[in-house]
Design a binder for this molecule. Structure first.
Ligand SMILES: Cc1ncc(COP(=O)(O)O)c(C=O)c1O
Length: 405
């Protein structure tokens, strides 16, 4: 590989890929120097197309829960691939996975599989509408539920009509949730809730249990469905649906990203009450029934049940958060670290306490140049493949970057 490989790839990409790159993995909006193309990944690490190594604090934007190329998960994938994968009908592993997933997720009585998170959230929307023929869905302002016309954050190519029946509320604000439910009235089909507020560019917020309870009550009162979108946080906060710990059972939960540790599969899991509506909707895709990602997901669920990955990532997250707080305090830098420690959002403020994206971009660029793939405005993810030494490397890099500021 020559030193110009990434620049060359970017130039070639501009000719044949709209914008040179699109979607959440485009590096146009992140820190300068963040590489666009990678050629290798293993465990906690990524190598860019020029051979530089990074500790990857993004974990592929979430899918890597046990690290890249986890040997047990990939062996299950390859074993299934050697027998049957995308075919005229599903393999028995589909039933096994639905059994394992509904055994793992306490509110779950059935599961439907698809490919991306957007497939699962869109299916949730359809099931909620089919459930009692109602139209309105409540969504928190700023929450991400995917890239379909009803939920994409960028309006180009969509119509106002695509969102005509979406009503916004403010996350964790009971009065605004009640007002949105009142506006929907008899036509309330469901409420979408993120497990915690993990919007980009703003501090993350854990759910207020009273808000979560109210969402459940409002759905019960209207006969509407409560939907927890666990695509990003699923199995990172709990070995069950993320709201189970709050004592709230949703009717539907959406899963993706970490479900098969990077292999392409997502799922909609539902309770008995939503089964009839789920039976009625037409939802499918050429690759939705592929067996190899299902085998990878079964192996991932086994690791979720049998290893201490969750406690491990929480411990690493605590070390990271404490270390960064100490380094920032010593340097007189105002840092904002929010959300669960294993899914940290790290941003910076100026002396007055106001958010300063400029500092965040500089720090992010410095971290990337020191071999730590760091994101300036999206929550990051820790994986079970990371070690205390890796976190020590992150802290060393941060010390160097902050000193150089
Ligand atoms: C909470 C949440 N919901 C839905 C999605 C959409 O998932 P996908 O990109 O796999 O379609 C995402 C992706 O980031 C997400 O974070």
């Amino acid at each position: 590989m020559t030193a110009s490989t990434i620049a060359e790839l970017e130039a070639r990409a501009k000719a044949v890929i709209p914008g040179g790159m699109y979607g959440h993995q485009s590096v146009k909006m992140v820190a300068p120097g963040t590489p666009q193309f990678f050629t290798r990944a293993d465990g906690a690490y990524l190598w860019d197309a020029e051979g530089r190594q990074y500790l990857d604090l993004m974990c592929g934007y979430g899918p890597q829960l046990f690290g890249y190329r986890n040997r047990e998960i990939d062996a299950a994938y390859c074993e299934q691939l050697s027998k049957i994968d995308t075919a005229t009908g599903p393999a028995p592993v589909m039933v096994e996975l639905a059994e394992a997933l509904t055994a793992q997720i306490s509110h779950g009585d059935w599961a439907m599989f698809c490919k991306n998170g957007t497939d699962a959230t869109t299916m949730a929307l359809m099931v909620a509408r089919a459930h009692r023929g109602a139209k309105k869905l409540l969504v928190a302002t700023g929450a991400y539920h995917g890239s379909a016309p009803w939920c994409t954050p960028m309006p180009a190519g969509t119509l106002a009509e695509d969102r005509a029946h979406m009503i916004q509320y403010t996350y964790n604000d009971i009065a605004s949730l009640e007002a949105a439910a009142e506006a929907a009235g008899e036509d309330l089909a469901g409420i979408f809730a993120s497990p915690f507020k993990h919007d980009v560019l703003v501090d993350q917020e854990l759910p207020d249990p009273a808000y979560a309870r109210r969402a459940r009550e409002l759905c019960d009162a209207a006969g509407a469905l409560l939907i927890v979108d666990d695509i990003r946080a699923g199995f990172r906060l709990a070995r069950d649906c993320s709201w189970t710990g709050l004592g709230i059972a949703p009717d539907l939960s959406c899963w993706g990203k970490a479900l098969a540790n990077g292999h392409p599969i997502s799922a909609l899991v539902g309770s008995e009450i939503a089964r009839n509506a789920a039976t009625q909707i037409y939802a499918t895709g050429s690759f939705w029934f592929s067996a190899a990602p299902m085998a990878a997901s079964l192996a991932t669920l086994k690791l979720i049940r049998e290893t201490n990955y969750l406690e491990h990532t929480e411990r690493l997250g605590e070390i990271l958060r404490t270390g960064l707080a100490e380094i920032s305090t010593e340097a007189g830098l105002n840092i904002s670290q929010t959300g669960p420690v294993q899914m940290p959002l790290i941003m910076f403020n100026d002396e007055t306490g106001a958010r300063d994206m400029g500092i965040g971009m500089q720090i992010s660029a410095g971290m990337v140049s020191r071999g730590i793939y760091f994101h300036p405005w999206h929550n990051m993810f820790l994986s079970a493949a990371m070690t205390e030494e890796d976190i020590a490397d992150v802290l060393d890099a941060a010390r160097g970057v902050i000193k150089a500021l």
